[in-house]
Design a protein around this ligand. Structure first.
Ligand SMILES: *[C@@H]1O[C@H](CO)[C@@H](O)[C@H](O)[C@H]1NC(C)=O
Ligand SMILES: *[C@@H]1O[C@H](CO)[C@@H](O)[C@H](O)[C@H]1NC(C)=O
Ligand SMILES: *[C@@H]1O[C@H](CO)[C@@H](O)[C@H](O)[C@H]1NC(C)=O
Length: 512
């Protein structure tokens, strides 16, 4: 038994055996730098971590669960919620989950999509989720950048990083502390980063940053590195916003048949809208190409504002209560466009997280207000013009210069980030196997239901590189909107298990 000194920071103090794969460790900063170093990193306060019962009131997870805050700079803390795998945690992969925004809290992913518990229909408690990713993985939900969700920015709740580099530095610092100080046993497990929507900007950016640091030998002061990233999993993720303007809206709403005639899909745009799109798309594409080749935030902002005005307007104009829901073409927009679905207030997971007993168990005072989206941070990313620069360059670098594999998932009912546009974006992505990937045909993929019966899940195509099988895989998902991993929990939990099981024995039915 190794005593833990984090008890001082806990209201719940557990006695934890070091024999268990994920016991808490002494989080004092006593680690000696490896190798000669001249620079000491600024000394930061210790992380505070608390363990909750496996089936604690706040989340009936069925496995050990921990929450905590990790100081990543003197004024910024990042909050995490960590759940052990339900099966063989010592040998299960570690998956970090990030929601998007910018400004969106990853607690949405926990309670509404892939977490081991989900909020109940009254939003006053949780229910066990048997299709959680914790069935096969240790999953860490992180609120970032600082200021989002339960992550705090000490100079007031507003503020926090509004650019990719600062967010990447903070995220990398978080992971260093997480894997070296809090759960060092986890550092030897396979490690993946997954996320949704605007995480299409975060994840390639962070991964690129972390890979570069690893190549330099780790942290400048301590030489501690984040474990190698086996793969990134991009769920309905925006890596190039222009794809949706250039082809996404047109393909999804005006579609053309084999003879080049508009087929006007059911619920599509009318003739006026489609004709106008045809006229405006070339200029939008010209500007988007400039943005992609310069990565200049001012150029990108100009392009976005042109494309939004001339192309996006047909879609944006349809988003009103009772109109189109940008996250799901099967639904009508609720009374809070443009989000359209309940996202705060008492009838949402955010309402649940604001219950006094939940905040108390997590270590937050009753006057702390949890918000699913930090609007201020969201606006500041837009204002800093950081929001619209693509991350296709980072993806190219990840594919060509690192062993990290890339899985792209997209719900076929997502409009805002639609499959049609994503197909083109990934076909256009320059990397060493681009020609092969682009020329491959999509084929159907299937998943087994509880009785083992194969069900069609959507379409798939993949490309290997010289060393790695399935270096890039694109998977579309039937009957799924923007929150595809939540809409098709059973199918996608099975598929992600296939993907992350790459090195081990796996189900022969796996399409990946
Ligand atoms: C949750 O709300 C429902 C409906 O109002 C109520 O019946 C139930 O007792 C509540 N549960 C808790 C734990 O408060
Ligand atoms: C076509 O659709 C747009 C947007 O939904 C609408 O404003 C316009 O009135 C429609 N035009 C015709 C001719 O139906
Ligand atoms: C809930 O969200 C709406 C729309 O974003 C916002 O206007 C409102 O202030 C939010 N309410 C709370 C309590 O955060």
């Amino acid at each position: 038994m190794r005593a833990t000194t984090v008890c001082a920071a806990l209201t719940l103090c557990w006695s934890i055996g070091a024999a268990h794969p994920f016991g808490l460790h002494d989080v004092s900063r006593s680690q000696k730098p490896v190798g000669g170093t001249t620079l000491e990193p600024p000394s930061l306060p210790r992380p505070s971590v608390r363990q909750h019962a496996k089936n604690a009131d706040i989340c009936v997870a069925g496995t050990r669960q921990y929450t905590g805050s990790v100081p990543v700079s003197p004024e910024k803390d990042l909050f995490f919620w960590f759940f052990e795998s339900r099966n063989d945690p010592a040998n299960s992969p570690v998956i970090v989950w990030l929601n998007g925004g910018p400004g969106g809290s990853s607690m949405f992913g926990l309670f509404e999509e892939i977490g081991p518990c989900q909020t109940n229909e009254h939003f006053n408690g949780t229910v066990f989720n048997k299709h959680s990713w914790t069935e096969f993985a240790n999953v860490v939900f992180i609120d970032q950048p600082a200021g989002v969700g339960f992550s705090t920015f000490k100079k007031g709740h507003d503020g926090g990083p509004d650019n990719l580099l600062e967010a990447a530095q903070d995220f990398s610092q978080f992971l260093t502390v997480f894997f070296h100080e809090i759960f060092p046993e986890a550092a030897d497990n396979d490690f993946h980063i997954a996320g949704e929507s605007f995480a299409g900007r975060y994840i390639p950016g962070f991964t690129h940053y972390i890979n570069q640091r690893q190549q330099l030998g780790g942290d400048a002061g301590t030489r501690r590195a984040v474990p190698p990233i086996q793969s990134i999993i991009l769920v309905d993720a925006v890596v190039d916003a222009f794809g949706f303007y250039i082809s996404g809206h047109y393909d999804h709403f005006c579609g053309v048949d084999k003879n080049g005639k508009k087929r006007m899909p059911e619920n599509g745009f009318n003739e006026t809208a489609c004709d106008s799109l045809e006229k405006e798309i070339p200029e939008c594409e010209r500007l988007a190409t400039l943005c992609g080749s310069t990565y200049d935030p001012v150029v990108c902002e100009t392009a976005v504002s042109y494309c939004d005005d001339k192309v996006g307007k047909w879609f944006n104009g349809d988003v009103y209560p009772g109109g189109r829901d940008p996250y799901d073409d099967r639904k009508k927009c609720g009374d809070n466009p443009p989000i359209c679905e309940p996202f705060n207030g008492t009838s949402s997971y955010a309402g649940y997280l604001n219950s006094p007993h939940v905040k108390e168990e997590l270590g937050f005072s009753d006057d702390f207000v949890y918000a699913g989206i930090n609007d201020d941070i969201s606006k500041r990313w837009e204002k800093s013009r950081e929001a619209w620069v693509p991350t296709t360059r980072e993806l190219t670098s990840i594919l060509d210069t690192t062993p990290t594999r890339v899985l792209v998932l997209n719900g076929n009912n997502d409009i805002g980030v639609n499959t049609e546009a994503q197909n083109r974006i990934y076909d256009r992505l320059p990397w060493s196997r681009q020609a092969a990937f682009r020329s491959h045909e999509y084929t159907n993929w299937q998943w087994p239901d509880e009785s083992g019966k194969p069900i069609k899940g959507g379409k798939i195509k993949t490309a290997d590189d010289l060393e790695v099988k399935n270096k890039l895989a694109f998977v579309s998902v039937d009957e799924a909107g923007h929150a595809s991993v939540g809409d098709q929990q059973e199918a996608l939990t099975w598929l992600i298990k296939c993907w992350t099981d790459a090195k081990h024995q796996k189900d022969e039915r796996c399409p990946l």
